[in-house]
Design a binder for this molecule. Structure first.
Ligand SMILES: Nc1ncnc2c1ncn2[C@@H]1O[C@H](COP(=O)(O)OP(=O)(O)OP(=O)(O)O)[C@@H](O)[C@H]1O
Ligand SMILES: [Mg+2]
Length: 389
């Protein structure tokens, strides 16, 4: 994770600036398309430096788009030479600073100035400084249907809210979401209601489509029909999360069993990954594939918390066999209990109706792991403070 990114397609220049930039904890990228996939995963990025050989139009389009999406990010553009016509276009697109490539001192001071401004902006935009929330995204995922994703997501959201955190539960099972029925919520307000605001969603807009379950727990429900679910694009999921993050401490995301574009968008923005496994061979196969996918996508291993659901079911596979086959340790074991099915059928999360039930306790333990060791932007800002005192 780094807060500063330098896009430099030219090998020689990348080597020249590499050490300098890495010394301040920066990341070097080779292309604008790498940058595009990097930013959703590191929304806390404050500075993007764009090298002299990157196409001007591409750089300006990127900047104009980010000015609306992530106004905190500052873009410093390096060019071979500064021409009057280019300066005007840069101003119009929102470039923070334009520097000639031979002016190395100018480049350094432009980056420091831009980071200072971004720090000031992010404090103002998040409201009151250190106590302002900036949600950690927690995505519950399993490649096999019916293994308890929605039960875990719903009860995890209840557990985190019960610990005094502001929580948004987002149902990204856009075709067949179950959150509404599991919480007995009327599905009138849902993600589809935000579609006409796509590209310009703001806080009141988001608030107009969430459903409040209880104090400090809101739900963003799946569309009422599968057809509407198909209209929700990946970019809109990113936008929903971007707008929601400053309003909550945690965003818990429930997902379908297929890796859709929308699920990938949420995973890419996640701070915590909650794979689920049950004691049966198809689930074991799918959790291994999930782990391989997480490896490929470079999701940090220490942010994956494996839930063993239906633990204790007498089905011929012991917990240790499941753990070995899954290839990672369990974070928590949620026992099998018919009370879970009863709670689902009543539309009342078990963590609400019976907080002391072993299932509720196990999920609360998961919540404690997430809430207790979560990274916070305050800490990140402190880190930055040390880099640019
Ligand atoms: N620990 C448990 N003990 C007993 N039953 C459970 C447990 N966890 C889940 N179930 C049962 O399994 C069913 C499926 O759970 P859930 O809907 O959470 O799975 P899912 O992975 O979200 O499935 P889907 O693919 O339908 O989205 C629930 O209706 C519930 O009755
Ligand atoms: Mg489900």
């Amino acid at each position: 994770m780094s807060l500063y990114v330098y896009v430099e397609p030219d090998d020689e220049r990348r080597t020249h600036w590499g050490n300098d930039f890495r010394a301040i904890g920066g990341t070097m990228l080779k292309s604008m398309s790498e940058l595009e996939s990097y930013l959703p995963r590191y929304p806390e990025t404050l500075l993007v430096v764009i090298g002299a050989v990157v196409d001007l139009d591409e750089a300006l389009m990127f900047t104009a788009y980010q000015r609306l999406q992530r106004p905190v990010i500052g873009v410093v553009l390096i060019r071979h030479a500064i021409e009057a016509g280019v300066v005007l276009r840069c101003l119009q697109s929102g470039i923070r600073d334009l520097v000639a490539e031979e002016d190395e001192e100018g480049i350094r001071s432009a980056t420091v100035r831009s980071v200072d401004l971004s720090k000031a902006l992010s404090t103002t935009m998040r409201g009151t400084g250190d106590n302002a929330p900036y949600a950690s995204v927690v995505t519950v995922f399993a490649g096999k249907g019916g293994c308890g994703r929605s039960v875990v997501a719903v009860n995890l959201a209840v557990a985190l809210a019960g610990a005094g955190r502001r929580v948004l539960l987002m149902d990204l099972d856009l075709q067949f979401g179950d959150v509404a029925i599991m919480m007995k919520l009327s599905p009138e307000r849902n993600i589809a209601g935000g579609l006409q605001m796509a590209g310009r969603l703001d806080e009141p807009g988001l608030r107009s489509i969430v459903t409040t379950y209880r104090q400090s727990l809101d739900a963003l429900l799946a569309p009422a029909s599968p057809a509407e679910g198909e209209q929700v694009r990946r970019e809109f999921v990113v936008e929903l999360l971007d707008v929601a993050r400053p309003l909550y401490d945690f965003i818990v995301v429930d997902t379908p069993s297929v890796v859709t574009d929308q699920v990938l968008a949420a995973l890419d923005m996640s701070d915590w990954f909650i794979p689920i496994v049950t004691p049966d061979l198809p689930a074991l196969k799918s959790v291994r594939l999930t782990a391989e996918m997480f490896d490929l996508l470079d999701y940090p291993k220490d942010k994956r918390l494996l839930v063993f659901n239906r633990a204790g079911a007498q089905v011929g596979l012991s917990p240790s066999e499941v753990e070995v086959a899954a290839g990672m340790p369990f974070a928590v074991q949620v026992p099998a209990s018919r009370d879970v099915t009863v709670s689902v059928n009543h539309g009342e999360p078990i963590a609400v109706t019976d907080p002391l039930h072993p299932v509720s306790r196990a999920i609360r333990e998961l919540g404690d792991r997430i809430a207790g060791v979560g990274t916070t932007p305050q800490r990140r800002r402190g880190f930055l403070g040390r880099l640019f005192p």
